[in-house]
Write a protein that binds this ligand. Structure first.
Ligand code: BES
Ligand code: MN
Ligand code: ZN
Length: 493
């Protein structure tokens, strides 16, 4: 899909389909009015006949509108003008895209982007439209033997917009969509394809394309560094573990980096604390944190953000076997703290804690980890918001705000000391589980013991990184949130 920005009046653009908005009830937006005037009131006549009210999500396709160069005119209902919010705007874009794709139009001119949205600027409109369109075209069928031939005629979209930074916003929307695509592809690939080794080769490909520094730590390197906790998780697997590091340098050397850490369990059986069989296939998504971190650093590099960013991905499988870690085993983390592995299915925190200690060497400005960490987070927040934990008020507020703006929301959860009690062990410095109550909180509290040396936030994306059921698939979240956070940071610098 190609995009470009135009300021041409809708009637003057030669295109397969020009798309304009209509508010409820039967109120033409400015650019729809312009079409109406050129066509001698053709649109208002049709509205008067009662063919369209302007209800949110409704569309009406017209052919051969007089005085208009486009082959088709698509009217899109926007709902009440007074209620035209971010959600209504995105719904309108989606409805428009769906309707245009049903036609044979090879290109389309979206004029919806110029309709003001409450509390948003034109750059936001452009960014979201590009993102929504690109993301709307995502499909994953590379593992079908004969993929359905998509007969999408639509190849190019023009967006009506004028403003100082609309071109930049367009490029950002495209970059974030491509980052999401990478995250989705990696997530959707099955465990027998997307192994730790596969993740590391994908990371190296990104490094090559965007000239990032890269480093892959092997098992021996982990042993040397004393990553006993990470190593305890990989013990039952025949796939070699990897710790992937990518460094993007968009700012002066002296500028401390934002470090992103992503959980990269390429399949989570639970280990000796084996999971039940139902839906276990979904545990191929247990590397979605890693995928989002790779997608984000790729997008940041594509946007040439003036920031330094490091991505760290600890990756391995969690398998049962004769050599697997057993419940009750005690391991020593890279930090020196000892851990009693009371449940081998609480493995995410075991690989993250060593990666978080490793992050110290980058003297980070901020560290954010992303992980499909707990089923309890899904119980708490469902599939709407990611769980956000932080040891820094300002960082937490920034991330919440970024999530709102990106419409990829997170909700703050507590890290109070009272919860730390639940991690007590009789035999080691801590256990790796805190019991059923507040399971997402105690998992975060575990990580907090390894992140005292820097500003840190943790996103539990177990409920948001992928969908189950008929629409099973990776969502690409929280790439939009992370990218928005980084864009705002770069803008402020
Ligand atoms: N990868 C899972 C968390 C998960 C569960 C993600 C469901 C997405 C959907 C994680 O490794 C895990 O197994 N967590 C356990 C922790 C428990 C043993 C303390 C859980 O949530 O049940
Ligand atoms: Mn697990
Ligand atoms: Zn897991």
């Amino acid at each position: 899909m190609e995009f470009s920005i135009k300021t041409t009046l809708p009637e003057k653009q030669k295109t397969g389909c020009v798309v304009v908005g209509v508010f409820e009830s039967r109120k033409l937006t400015d650019l729809a009015k312009s079409l109406d005037e050129c066509s001698n009131g053709y649109l208002s006549d049709i509205l008067k006949q009662g063919d369209m009210e302007g209800k949110a999500g409704s569309t009406l396709l017209l052919h051969h509108v007089p005085g208009v160069l486009a082959e088709r005119v698509l009217l899109v209902g926007l709902g009440k003008a007074s209620e035209f919010s971010e959600k209504a705007y995105l719904d309108a874009i989606h409805a428009a895209l769906e309707a245009v794709r049903k036609t044979g139009a090879k290109d389309a001119y979206f004029c919806l982007t110029s309709t003001p949205v409450k509390d948003c600027d034109i750059e936001w409109n452009v960014y979201q439209a590009a993102l929504a369109v690109k993301d709307g075209f995502y499909h994953f069928d590379k593992l079908k033997s004969s993929p359905e031939k998509k007969k999408d005629a639509l190849k190019k979209i023009y967006l009506h917009a004028s403003g100082k930074r609309v071109e930049e916003a367009l490029l950002q929307g495209i970059a974030v969509a491509e980052g999401m695509k990478l995250a989705k592809d990696l997530g959707n690939l099955p465990g027998n394809v997307c192994t730790p080794t596969y993740l590391s080769t994908q990371a190296l490909d990104i490094a090559k394309e965007y000239k990032l520094d890269s480093r892959i730590l092997e098992k021996e390197d982990m042993q040397e560094l004393g990553m006993g906790s990470l190593l305890s998780v990989t013990r039952g697997s025949v796939e070699p573990p990897k710790l992937i590091v990518l460094e993007y340098k968009g700012a002066a050397k002296s500028k401390k980096p934002v470090v992103l850490v992503g959980k990269g369990i390429t399949f989570d059986t639970g280990g000796i604390s084996l999971k039940p069989g139902a839906d276990m296939d979904e545990m191929k998504y247990d590397m979605c944190g890693a995928a989002s971190v790779l997608g984000t650093i790729r997008a940041a590099a594509q946007m040439k953000l003036k920031l330094n960013i490091v991505a760290i991905v600890p990756s391995c499988e969690n398998m049962p076997s004769g050599s697997a870690t057993k419940p009750g085993d005690i391991v020593t983390s890279m930090s020196g703290q000892t851990i009693e592995v009371l449940n081998t299915d609480a493995e995410g925190r075991l690989i993250l804690c060593d990666a978080l200690t490793y992050a110290e060497k980058y003297e980070p400005e901020t560290v954010i980890d992303v992980a499909t960490l707990t089923g309890a987070c899904v119980i708490a927040l469902g599939h709407v918001a990611s769980g956000l934990y932080s040891n820094d008020e300002k960082l937490a507020a920034e991330l919440i705000e970024a999530g709102e703006k990106a419409r990829d929301r997170a909700w703050r959860m507590p890290l109070w000391d009272e919860y730390q009690e639940q991690l007590k062990s009789n035999f080691a410095d801590m256990g790796n589980i805190g019991g059923r109550p507040a399971g997402s909180v105690t998992a975060a509290c575990f990580l907090a013991r390894f992140t005292k040396k820097y500003r840190w936030a943790h996103l539990d994306v177990a409920g948001t990184a992928y969908r189950s059921g008929r629409h099973k698939g990776s969502t690409g979240r929280p790439v939009p949130l992370l990218c928005r956070f980084l864009i705002e940071r770069a803008d402020r610098a």
